[in-house]
Design a protein around this ligand. Structure first.
Ligand code: NAD
Length: 481
């Protein structure tokens, strides 16, 4: 059985209770983990608080070296960790490997920034006095992580938090704790003082809730669904904690008449169906100009037909591409309801729209990659986030129309435009209501750039040097000679 990691030790829950983690491809139990409760969170928070002073005053260069070492220790086990991630999350092992690589890159990115934090000196209108702005770590930070990219989204929190001198308690999603636990054990082997990096497993309503309410926690970094995010904001902001919220999205992708159609098709395919569509920044609404609509849609349907759903532990035979199951049965039901609603309102299914048939699929949460057209704007597949392999396509006649419809969403996470026309590019960058715009590029979160949303997609940023600022408090100092 896997254990939580608190104060430098692998431990059970104080209650001794456990819960099972099941493989979404087979329904089999992968392992079990402690079912933590409030007391377990308090143990971890107390350990993180006790470790804070030492860690905050460890020279930044040393913190950086430990983070580089932590990244290397995890990377050395990339293969076994990718397989574990595949078995608990469902994503193909090749995609899991990509996630581990992204984590490694992110931790190294923040390790490099640990010693680059700068302050400033400020002239003041007072005699013999000057001001300074210095940056101090906040204290104990809570990192609440979803199940879709459990490792990279943990890294985007832990990396900047530790680099800046904070200590952390991580809470993974209940269904994806195993790889996280192993990664945190390995990172601790780099020599962090006990209590600097902890993980507590258990239900969001218990473990997550205690993180939001614990008075010793100074900051919550949350990634998850917008409804949960609203609750997180109400409770944690109400308690004067610093909060960042990385929430849901319904990213529009706009394909103009002068786009490189083949590249745009690949962008739409990977952008929608990677991780079986369970990505916040996935292409969730596709607007295609009338003139290239038939060419684009025909090409996309052909290319997406190459996906073969199945257990992510085995590769599909070329030219097929593996797509794993949905993460939970509930997630699949949600997608089925959204597709049914679209069809009931008149949508046409161009591909998929059902579970795959066959004995081999009986035990997993499989769903076919699905492409829809003629989806009315008031359908759930348009107004809600579709967190699965379903892509509605819309025909548009102008950029104005595309942008107007793209912005008609409660979400504002990512967006993309595919065109060679500079005017179109500038207009889209200026007018799309989103935290991120990709131009002729795949929807992807680079560590080098700030990433986050507007509207119901949340606030604050992860990734980029900007993320470090969310883990530092500016302190004004006045010095008089
Ligand atoms: P979720 O909101 O159900 O859960 C996220 C985390 O919050 C889990 O660890 C869960 O246990 C915890 N949690 C649940 N209730 C809680 C509570 N009361 N207090 C504190 N923590 C609690 O989200 P999910 O289903 O795991 O993830 C999918 C969602 O995440 C999608 O909406 C997706 O778009 C979003 N997401 C956003 C980003 C981004 O960067 N914007 C990235 C990935 C996923």
């Amino acid at each position: 059985m896997a254990k939580m990691f608190i104060a430098g030790e692998s431990v059970d829950s104080v209650t001794g209770q456990t819960s099972e983690v099941r493989n979404p491809a087979t329904g089999e139990v992968v392992d079990s983990v402690p079912k933590g409760n409030e007391q377990d969170v308090r143990r971890a928070v107390d350990a993180a608080e006790a470790a804070f002073d030492e860690w905050a005053h460890t020279p930044a260069e040393e913190r950086a070296k430990m983070l580089f070492k932590a990244a290397a220790l995890v990377d050395a086990e990339r293969k076994s960790l990718s397989e574990l991630l595949c078995r608990e999350q469902g994503k193909p092992v090749m995609e899991a490997g990509g996630e581990m690589e992204h984590f490694h890159h992110g931790i190294e990115f923040y390790a490099g920034l640990a010693s680059k934090v700068r302050g400033s000196q400020v002239p003041l209108p007072a005699k013999n006095a000057y001001g300074m702005v210095i940056h101090k770590p906040l204290g104990v930070c809570g990192a609440i992580v979803p199940w879709n990219f459990p490792i990279t989204l943990m890294g985007t929190k832990v990396g900047p938090a530790l680099a800046a001198g904070n200590t952390v308690v991580v809470k993974p999603a209940s269904t994806t704790p195993l790889t996280t636990i192993r990664v945190i054990e390995l990172m601790n082997q780099a020599g962090f003082p006990k209590g600097v990096l902890n993980v507590v497993t258990g239900p969001g309503s218990v473990v997550g809730e205690e993180l939001l309410r614990n008075k010793k926690i100074r900051r919550i970094a949350f990634t998850g669904e917008s409804g949960t995010g609203k609750h997180v904001a109400e409770v944690a902001c109400g308690d004067f904690k610093r909060v960042t919220l990385e929430l849901g999205g319904s990213d529009p992708m706009i394909v103009c008449e002068d786009a490189d159609v083949q590249k745009a098709i690949t962008g739409a395919m990977v952008g929608r169906f990677w991780n079986a569509g369970q990505a916040c920044l996935a292409v969730k609404r596709l607007f295609v100009f009338d003139k290239v609509y038939d060419e684009f849609v025909g090409g996309l349907v052909g290319k997406v037909s190459r996906y073969e759903v199945g257990d992510g532990m085995t590769r599909a035979e070329k030219p097929k591409i593996r797509m794993g199951p949905l993460h939970t049965a509930q997630q699949r039901e949600e997608i089925e309801q959204q597709v049914k609603d679209a069809i009931d309102r008149g949508a046409k299914v161009l591909l998929g729209g059902a579970r795959p048939e066959g004995e081999q699929y009986a035990k997993g949460n499989y769903y076919l990659p699905t492409i829809l057209e003629n989806v009315p704007d008031d359908s759930r597949a348009v107004t809600e986030e579709t967190f699965g392999p379903v892509l509605p396509i819309f025909r548009v006649t102008s950029l104005d129309e595309a942008i107007e419809r793209a912005n008609k969403s409660i979400y504002g996470l990512g967006s993309s435009i595919w065109t060679r026309n500079l005017d179109n590019i500038e207009t889209a960058i200026d007018r799309l209501q989103a935290g991120n715009v990709w131009v002729n590029s795949l929807h992807y979160g680079y560590d080098e750039l700030p990433f986050g949303g507007v509207k119901a997609s949340g606030f604050g940023r992860e990734h980029g040097p900007e993320a470090l600022e969310y883990y530092l408090e500016p302190k004004g100092v006045v010095i008089t000679r």
